[in-house]
Structure formats: structure tokens, C-alpha cells
Design a protein around this ligand. Sequence first.
Ligand SMILES: [Zn+2]
Length: 274
Amino acid sequence: MKVFLSTDMEGTAGIVDWEQCVRDGAQAEAGRRLLLAEVNAAISGALAGGATEVVVNDSHSTMRNLPPGELAGQASYISGSHKPLYMMQGLDQSFDAAMFISYHGSMGAPAGLSHTYNPRAVVEVRIDGTVTGEAGINALVAAHYGVPIVLVTGDRCACEETALLLPGITQAVVKEHVSRLAAHSLHPDVACALIRERAEAAMRAAAVTAPPPLDPGVLEMFVRTTDIAEAATWVRAVDRVGPRPLRIQGPDRLATYRAFCAAILLTRAIAEAV
Ligand SMILES: [Zn+2]
């Protein structure tokens, strides 16, 4: 059984501030140790639940946050920037399950470090009318390939938002938000034990878990400025439906996700400038 882990970072127990999860300072280094422990807990649980091959796709910031040699289960590691499928790079129909580790709430959610891909560009995203965060957007790729997403770990908002689109998904809530820059986290050891237990149960249930039921998987995106909206329409499959709302629907759900990623990349420079 092959399992795919997409790992973010802001949903890790104990992480509450950007300094703990961006760039290369001492705080970020400590944050990466916390993330590594949670990723390894998920891997161990997946292996106990029947997984025989694990691929970890590092999806946070520069996307090289984990020491490859310290990944459990001899997991292979997809890292580095400029990955065409971004947070879902590496997933295809050969996988039996996918897991989202250390995910966080969407831009408008009352969640620690909340954002949706680019906090300077994206105000809100909906999939088929439901407000969602990165998990819901990334689920388009799993839906395309017919791979069930069996586990989400992170803060309560991330888990609850994910469950709105993927009913019944196994969750490991490792912290409760206090504000966008404060949270009440489980002790890291307790968080890891919870993740391991939930990952094992989720993996055992993978064979009877359905792929994400996103159909047709239309993505609506509300952006911060009209300049960002204008540039986004240069991408195929992105339509402007008002000054700032956009509608993205490709010929299939993978194409929709790719158009979304292209719009995020294309508008980055404009978003930084405003
Ligand atoms: Zn993220």
C-alpha cells in the first residue's frame, strides 16, 4: 500500500508565529524539529496500518523543511520549489491513500497563521460553493486521480474545514486557536501519539474510503485587488465574474488545480507590490 503525505507546517503543535516556520533562524529550526516529529508520527502510524511505501511532499514555504535522512520508514522525499503540482506534487493514481499533515485554517478562519496559499492575494476560496482552505483545494488533485484522503492533522479549523468537503475524514487536532498568533497546543509528545494513532486507523480504513467527492470541483476565488484579478485571467480556465471574484474550471479537476496554482504564481509579484 502506497501512501502520499503532503506536509505543511503552520498546523504543528507549538507553532504559533511566522518566525517559527519561515526562513532559517533558530526559531524556524526548532519549528522544523517539531514538524519532523509529527511527520514521522504519521509515517509510523501509516506503516502500522498497512502502508508499505511512503512519499513525503514538503509543501511549506521553500519546501525543504525536513532532514531527508531522519524521515521514518525510509520515506522518499519531494522537496524544493517550483513543483508543477505544488502541494500535491508526486501524487498519481498509483497511490492507495493521501494524508495532509500540519495543515492550517483558511484565510478568513479564526485559526492560527490562517491563510490560503498567498495571504497577500487570496481572501477566500470556495469549492463547489463551500469555503475551504488548502486541504479542499489540494483535494482536487486527489479527486482527479481517485485517491482517498484519509487523514488531516493540524489545528481545529483546518480539520473542521477539511471535513466539510471530505465528510468522515479522520482528524488529529493538535491545537486550539486563541488568535491568529496564539494557540493552545498539545504537548508535542501527546500530539505525536495522537497523530500516530489516527494515521494507523486511517490507513487501515483506506481501502474502503472513497476519493474526495468534489464534483464538478469548481473553484471560486476572491482576491484582494482588481490588479490581482486582472492578472489571474491571463491563465487559461480562469474567468473573472466581477471586479475581484474569479471562477476557475478546467476540463478536469487536475486542470482546475493547475490553473489555480498558475494564478497564484502569476499574481505573486503584483500581490507583493500592493
Ligand atoms: Zn499552508
